[in-house]
Design a binder for this molecule. Structure first.
Ligand code: NIG
Ligand code: FE
Length: 408
């Protein structure tokens, strides 16, 4: 399954993935040098000197590009999980001081070394599930030291282990405790973001993107605009947490500011769908959240695809709403709950997510000249990857031509 061709993919093209039966790939210096029928590739001059990796009929995909994660956090929120099972809603828990603020408290109390060790374990698990690139947000620090610490960790981890990490500054996740309940507190925090944090993050090359959680319990549309504009003025392209728990108009705002992606979109309106279809902003769907929170409402994936929007998929790996780092599980949810076909879900999780991270020329499909980022699955048919839900069929993961995971 190559996902080769024009990127990004919209409408019918989303589900038309190139399947190459009995194929072979020649990798040289971490880059795909040739791809085609095995009989042909094996005869190439360069293939004779190559090391052979026999995949024995397994299915190869482009490595997953997980374009929305909150990788660095200090602890799970399993206590809130149980409260929700017993009937409390996500918003009720937030109002009682749980939610993101709970994670902020834990993160501020943790050392950089603890956070790094934890993140390193997770990165290994991402690789085990066929993911080769992730986007990772800050947002559980919410003060200068802690936010910079998270982003610096992403930089260090990106250099120390094989997966590629694309950093996003999410200082506007919620208003931190110390600014709440005092008059003008939110305004003061926004000034800190605009005048101190965003310029510092940009100056030190600590993020490519600036994100904001636009929601009643977080930032209004006007506040979100202020943050995203400040980010953009400092060279950070916008991404937005939009219409997750209610309709706020964040999607329209994102498109207006040229956002790379608007994410979540459960409460999207028909007008938003029409506008997304005409824009280059990716609609990134995160069905893991709805599943984990036990919500019945999923994003309108079919209307988005049929309307012509660029649809992407990601895990939203985070301790509050989506504690999964499994893209195969996200594919299962996309197929069963969002009514995407397996081929559509795979394209959304590879080439379209790569596009949302501005990396579609280098990753996201199996084509000559692209990075050899691959996932190999122990299945007879690519559709079995989502079909076996909750089962990790990933057998081997390759990043830039290096094997970074192999099942024994
Ligand atoms: O993507 N929506 C905001 N951020 C996360 C949840 C954060 C949390 O609950 O810790 C999300 O769902
Ligand atoms: Fe998120």
């Amino acid at each position: 399954m190559t996902a080769a061709g024009r990127a990004p993919r919209r409408g019918k093209a989303l589900g038309q993935l190139g399947v190459l039966p009995e194929g072979a790939i020649l990798v040289r210096d971490g880059v795909i040098a040739a791809i085609g029928p095995a009989a042909k590739i094996e005869k190439l001059q360069d293939s004779r000197r190559a090391q052979l990796l026999d995949l024995d009929g397994r299915v190869v995909l482009p490595g997953f590009v997980d374009s929305h994660t909150h990788l660095v956090h200090a602890a799970s929120r399993v206590h809130e999980y149980e409260l929700r099972i017993q009937g409390a809603s996500y918003q009720e828990i937030v109002r009682k001081g749980g939610g993101i603020l709970n994670s902020v408290k834990r993160l501020r109390a943790a050392s950089a070394e603890e956070l790094k060790t934890r993140a390193r374990v997770f990165l290994g698990r991402f690789a085990e599930h066929g993911t080769t690139t992730i986007e990772a947000k800050s947002g559980y620090g919410l003060d200068v030291t802690s936010e910079l610490r998270i982003l610096s960790l992403y930089k260090e981890l990106g250099a120390e282990q094989p997966l590629e990490i694309v950093s996003t500054f999410l200082g506007a996740h919620v208003v931190p405790e110390e600014y709440r309940g005092k008059p003008g507190g939110t305004r003061e925090y926004l000034v800190l973001l605009e005048q101190a944090l965003i310029p510092e993050v940009a100056e030190n090359g600590l993020a490519e993107y600036c994100d904001v959680f636009c929601e009643r319990s977080a930032f209004s549309r006007a506040e979100s605009r202020q943050v995203l504009v400040a980010g953009r003025e400092n060279g950070l392209r916008p991404r937005v947490h939009a219409e997750q728990l209610s309709h706020t108009g964040a999607t329209q705002l994102g498109m207006e500011l040229g956002a790379a992606s608007c994410d979540h979109l459960e409460y999207l309106k028909p007008g938003d769908i029409r506008a997304l279809a005409k824009s280059d902003t990716v609609a990134t769907l995160l069905p893991g959240c709805d599943f984990h929170l036990g919500l019945q409402l999923y994003a309108p994936a079919r209307a988005l695809i049929d309307g012509g929007a660029i649809v992407g998929l990601a895990t939203d790996f985070n301790p509050g709403t989506s504690p999964t780092l499994s893209m195969p599980m996200v594919l299962s949810l996309a197929c069963t709950q969002l009514r995407m076909t397996p081929a559509e879900a795979i394209a959304a999780a590879t080439i379209n997510s790569a596009y949302s991270l501005g990396r579609h020329k280098r990753i996201g499909s199996i084509e000559i000249g692209k990075q050899a980022d691959l996932g190999v699955f122990e299945v007879a048919d690519y559709r079995e990857i989502p079909y076996y839900f909750g089962v990790n069929t990933c057998w081997l993961t390759m990043k830039r031509g290096e094997v970074v995971h192999m099942r024994d």
